[in-house]
Write a protein that binds this ligand. Structure first.
Ligand code: IPE
Ligand code: IPE
Ligand code: MG
Length: 243
């Protein structure tokens, strides 16, 4: 089993999670869907601690997609409120343990209270560099790429850049969070095996692990099992790997 292995060189630098299955988790229990999102936010708090204990430097969590606005308003409102509460409860602990909070996605469209707490979290932790916690909120992978292209084009028009400056690396300067390392491991819960428009640029050489567990049940041991699966992979990056 994966253990507390801070300093272990096998530990992936960047693990990205698609936290899926909240609605089905609630339905199984005869609860309204929104209570699945409440349980999901509680799970996120404890899982973050485990990621830190394991020594995972960067984590990304898909909390709300650009496509999720098509859900009933009542569900969206509840989810946004649970996210606000999540930040409220966790900012101090994250600040103290050296975690920098980042948000990928257009936060302007979020309800005011959720947007304000996101901005506060980003501001209050901006000097931290021990861990990076990237919340993908109103996030879409295509949106991120198109936005980056637009920002680069703007810089060309205003003379800061020229088209020949654009490389795979300089393009990253225009993503929501410049400087994030590529994703090493992507974990999606709930049995769905698709990307749903997540981190399309950052995921080019990630290993994928899919698990049937619904997100609110995804505990420390479930993460350990995903890491064990990751350790078995032979990452070749187009070369010959290790045999
Ligand atoms: C993931 O859980 C959370 C969001 C997409 C916001 P779902 O709400 O998609 O749960 P299922 O997939 O319907 O069970
Ligand atoms: C992806 O889950 C988005 C989040 C987990 C926030 P969805 O449940 O929205 O994805 P689809 O609709 O099943 O592809
Ligand atoms: Mg879903």
């Amino acid at each position: 089993m994966a253990k507390k292995t801070t300093g272990d060189e096998r530990i992936p630098t960047h693990v990205a999670f698609i936290m899926d299955g909240n609605g089905r988790w609630a339905k199984l229990r005869g609860l309204p869907r929104y209570l699945g999102h409440k349980a999901a936010c509680e799970r996120l708090s404890s899982l973050l601690r485990h990621c830190r204990d394991l020594g995972i430097k960067v984590t990304s969590f898909f909390a709300f997609s650009t496509e999720n606005w098509s859900r009933p308003k009542d569900e969206v409102d509840h989810l946004m409120e649970y996210l606000r509460v999540f930040f409220e409860k966790n900012i101090d602990e994250l600040k103290e343990n050296g975690t920098r909070i980042l948000v990928s996605g257009e936060i302007d469209r979020l309800p005011e209270a959720t947007r304000d707490i996101c901005l506060r979290a980003i501001e209050e932790t901006k000097a931290n560099d021990r861990f990076y916690f990237n919340v993908c909120l109103n996030y879409g992978g295509r949106d991120e790429i198109v936005r980056a292209a637009r920002l680069f084009a703007d810089d060309c028009v205003n003379g800061k850049r020229k088209p020949s400056d654009l490389t795979e690396l300089t393009f990253k300067d225009y993503l929501f969070v410049p400087g994030l390392p590529d994703v090493d491991l992507l974990i999606r819960t709930s049995g769905e095996e698709r990307l749903s428009n997540y981190l399309l640029y950052e995921i080019a050489y990630a290993e994928f692990v899919f698990t049937d567990t619904y997100w609110p049940d995804f505990d420390d041991k479930a993460l350990d099992r995903c890491l064990d699966e990751y350790y078995k992979r032979n990452r070749r990056f187009g070369g010959l790997g290790n045999g």
